[in-house]
Write a protein that binds this ligand. Structure first.
Ligand SMILES: Cc1cc2nc3c(=O)[nH]c(=O)nc-3n(C[C@H](O)[C@H](O)[C@H](O)COP(=O)(O)OP(=O)(O)OC[C@H]3O[C@@H](n4cnc5c(N)ncnc54)[C@H](O)[C@@H]3O)c2cc1C
Length: 590
């Protein structure tokens, strides 16, 4: 998502800045977001230069799409694989530097501890995941870029290996952890199919450009659908509730993710869900297929084309735009989404919270930086579509290279950092002791058993909606699961060979601590904002009835938590947010 105004639809740095602050529900740092909007234009040039194959218009110019929460088309894309293609571009550029000997790559290594010397970050302890050997790495500065912690919910759209370990280790060494409760639940995911699932699949947000979201208007129809006695295609237009278009006429299906997700939950909770578990809504391309079909028939100068011809032409256009996503859906759900609407449901996708950083991206540990999704970022309480990579790439390409140089300039006379010191010795020993402890529990339950229990508690009490009672229960339950984990975990194999159960155990142990802080943060923020919806804080009347109610008087701050032993004892530091250029308003997408 980058402002270039190629579509001439009035986009500008200010507009991207405004949309991002508003989209984040006025809980991000204004100055950071403005910087992000300013550098965003460079990112696309950088990526094109790296060879990312962005979608182009017929004339060869880069094309754009619209994403949730905005009314302009500013998202550059590579079919339904933008993230993957950007990653390949970044990997290729990095491999070039590895080839030149400028970067040394340590594959299959995990950062497991931060080493501080005289208060400054001076290196890490890493574990070789193939041999189990612990290694010391000294450095003048440390940069953490270890991604988000959505997998604290067990089920999420994140990669299976995503975890909080690196961020949590630096937190325990003094880096504040900011706004852990700000989590994004993405509205367009393939619904859960059963108890034994370990991963959820995202359908790209781009589908909301053309797909229309609906459920049956009559509850009896929803019941018949769930029983398999009625097909969605048999429900007439007047008996469908396009609830986003009804509730938010200005933005319709393109409302931000938090709003679309909550609306799906509300309608399913009210009994209108359309799969067996009652946790799904339809994403329907029928109108788009007809619209594109008619347009294509006109282009081909076909007179009075038949309905079937229009559908054939329209399906071909939809296939050219979203074919890979449709194919993926069909493979997973075994239904043809061209003929029957897709089913979607919200799933955990992104974490706006993370390690607190200053304007220079330095954490509260001197010399330790944090970039990308791992930091608490510029997205406030909710991230707009396509802006994760914008922020991650901005941090890595256009912010950190300048700010870290400033820090390193004062280290110019510091020689090589020796790893032969008491600080490295102690750090390595603490890691070895912990691994020894984990492997010797020799209980009866697998790592996944505890991870699933944690995920269930998180989803039930700290998921899409939260309340005081539930959050207190969550904190208590997570502590109990953590105690049980350290008593009854069983890790097969040993620590000096490839042992993915041991790797996972270390990560889940950290999730079990983070989860409690997450709930504590949600409990302390008794307002609804962005992805954080407190049932106690809802508009009770007027045009915004039922919508989230922010409390700017008491909560316009970043909650930066300091580690104090047990997560329940963490201490909150408030960073007050100042808004000089944007007026705080209630978000309205109506
Ligand atoms: C399915 C999906 C689709 C998405 N689509 C889009 C999109 O279209 N546009 C967009 O803007 N955003 C998208 N996002 C979000 C975006 O991809 C992420 O926010 C972004 O990749 C985060 O980048 P990162 O480099 O900060 O972290 P990551 O990409 O998560 O990378 C972190 C890396 O650190 C490694 N790591 C973790 N812990 C350790 C450790 N202790 N030691 C060593 N290494 C460690 C991990 O293995 C990983 O390689 C999508 C996300 C998902 C899950």
């Amino acid at each position: 998502m980058l402002q270039k105004n190629y579509q001439n639809d009035g986009d500008s740095i200010y507009r991207l800045f405004y949309d991002t602050v508003k989209g984040g529900d006025y809980r991000s740092r204004e100055a950071n977001v403005h910087r992000l909007a300013e550098v965003s234009g460079n990112i696309i040039d950088q990526c094109v230069a790296q060879g990312v194959p962005f979608g182009r218009e017929y004339g060869g110019l880069l094309d754009n799409r619209s994403f949730g929460g905005v009314l302009v088309s500013r998202t550059f894309y590579a079919k339904g694989q933008t993230g993957q293609q950007l990653l390949l571009g970044a990997y290729s550029a990095m491999n070039r530097q590895i080839g030149k000997g400028k970067i040394q790559m340590f594959n299959r290594h995990e950062m497991v501890e931060l080493v501080k010397v005289n208060g400054k970050a001076r290196g890490i302890i890493a574990r070789n995941l193939e041999t189990g050997k612990l290694e010391r790495h000294g450095a003048h500065a440390v940069v953490i870029a270890s991604g988000g912690y959505g997998n604290v919910f067990f089920l999420s759209t994140n990669a299976m290996g995503s975890n909080v370990t690196a961020a949590w280790k630096i937190h325990k060494k003094g880096a504040y952890f900011a706004n852990p409760c700000y989590t994004q639940i993405h509205p367009t995911c393939i619904p859960r199919s059963g108890e034994h699932q370990s991963k959820l699949t995202l359908m790209s947000e781009s589908l909301r450009n053309d797909g229309r979201i609906w459920v049956p208007k009559k509850i009896e129809d929803a019941k018949l659908i769930r029983q398999g006695k009625l097909n969605p295609t048999e429900i007439s237009e007047e008996n469908r509730d396009y609830y986003l278009e009804r509730r938010y006429p200005a933005f319709g299906n393109l409302v931000p993710r938090d709003i679309a997700s909550r609306a799906a939950k509300e309608i399913c909770d009210a009994g209108f869900g359309v799969n067996q578990t009652g946790e799904a809504v339809y994403l329907d391309f029928t109108s788009a297929i007809k619209r594109y079909g008619k347009q294509e028939a006109a282009i081909q100068r076909l007179e009075n084309p038949s309905e079937s011809k229009i559908i054939e032409l329209g399906e071909a256009i939809v296939e050219s735009k979203y074919g890979n996503l449709f194919q993926m859906y069909e493979k997973i759900v075994a239904q043809n989404p061209y003929k029957s609407p897709m089913m979607i449901y919200p799933a955990v996708h992104y974490t706006m919270g993370g390690v607190w950083v200053d304007y220079n991206l330095m954490t509260s540990v001197e010399g330790c930086y944090c970039i990308g999704e791992a930091n608490f970022s510029d997205h406030g309480a909710n991230r707009l579509g396509a802006s994760a990579l914008m922020q991650g790439l901005a941090d890595g390409y256009f912010v950190l290279p300048y700010t870290i140089g400033d820090y390193l300039s004062n280290e110019i006379r510091t020689g090589k950092i020796s790893t032969d010191t008491a600080e490295f010795e102690d750090a390595e020993k603490s890691v070895a002791d912990r691994i020894h402890k984990l492997i010797n529990i020799q209980g009866t339950k697998s790592v996944d058993h505890f991870h699933k229990l944690l995920g269930q508690v998180m989803w039930e009490y700290v998921g899409m909606t939260r309340n005081e009672k539930g959050l207190k229960i969550a904190m208590k339950k997570i502590k109990e699961i953590r105690d049980e984990f350290w008593k009854d975990l069983r890790i097969p194999g040993d620590q000096f060979s490839l042992n993915s159960e041991l790797d996972k155990a270390g990560r889940v142990a950290d999730f079990l601590e983070l989860g409690e802080l997450f709930a504590k943060d949600a409990l302390s923020r008794n307002e609804s904002c962005g992805g954080h919806f407190r049932e106690e804080s809802v508009e009770l009347d007027g045009a915004q009835k039922g919508e989230a109610k922010r409390n700017d008087k008491d909560y316009t701050y970043v909650a930066a938590w300091e580690y104090k032993g047990e997560p329940e004892n963490s201490k909150m530091h408030k960073e007050e947010l100042e808004f000089n250029d944007i007026e705080l308003k209630q978000r309205s997408y109506k």
